[in-house]
Design a protein around this ligand. Structure first.
Ligand code: AMP
Length: 116
């Protein structure tokens, strides 16, 4: 089994987080260090360390992550203006927490996709 991160503790509500959605497959909570007015992380409840570890068995949870992202974007009032979904992988991708997560970012114009 893959190593747990702080995100597993959030899923089990062992540490505080502002959870905005949870079901049997995924959990969504506000990023502790928001980069944009709306910054929510959507994660599978089971540990998948990186995008490289995704396999067919994870497809239900991954599909649910997108469904929940669209729902939260509507709830947060950013769906019409638009938003960005990002998943970082490993060091070149800037991944810090090794439990895959989708960043839902919005609430202002986000500018170019990458600053390199
Ligand atoms: P990444 O660089 O893609 O791995 O992003 C990790 C994200 O997790 C960062 O945006 C952090 O601010 C966020 N983060 C780390 N710890 C917590 C926490 N305890 N609660 C909420 N967000 C967190």
């Amino acid at each position: 089994m893959a190593d747990e991160t702080i995100f597993s503790k959030i899923i089990r509500r062992e540490i505080p987080a502002e959870i905005v959605f949870q079901d049997e497959l995924v959990t969504a909570f506000k990023d502790i260090s928001p980069r944009t007015p709306t910054h929510v992380l959507i994660i599978p409840n089971s540990v998948i360390p990186t995008c490289n570890d995704i396999s067919a068995e994870h497809e239900p949870a991954l599909g649910r992550m997108f469904t929940v992202a669209a729902k939260i974007a509507k709830e947060q009032g950013i769906a019409e203006d638009g938003y960005r979904l990002i998943m970082n992988c490993n060091s070149h991708g800037g991944q810090e927490v090794y439990h895959i997560h989708m960043h839902l970012l919005g609430g202002k114009p986000l500018g170019p996709m990458l600053s390199v």
